[in-house]
Design a protein around this ligand. Sequence first.
Ligand code: 5GP
Ligand code: ZN
Length: 113
Amino acid sequence: MTNCLFCKIIAGTIPSTKVYEDDLVLAFRDIAPQAPTHILVIPKTHIPSVDGITAENSAVVAHIFEIIPAIAKAEGLEKGYRVVSNCGEHAGQTVRHLHFHILGGRELNLEMA
Ligand code: 5GP
Ligand code: ZN
């Protein structure tokens, strides 16, 4: 997707602070962190949101959830962290490329909305 911000980050045409990368996924620091640790984990294939996850592409999502604990450990989030994916307008999704926020490094408030 040539006009997708996160596809451009994957391609390297927009710089990012990478924390993890392999053939399938990229993790990088959020440009506007909401917590001391705020990392985005994305598939290298363009999936627009959670709504776009299917039996055909869900292996990369499973892989993301294998990588998340390793990132959390490397970031020293032993006291816990939150994983969030905003899907669509009502959730406030601003970038239409599937991403999972990892938030931690302080006690997070408990409101879900
Ligand atoms: P959403 O609101 O779609 O759930 O999350 C999008 C996230 O992407 C936001 O937390 C926002 O700060 C982050 N973001 C937007 N543009 C950039 C960028 O150019 N670089 C990085 N590293 N993060 C970005
Ligand atoms: Zn994309």
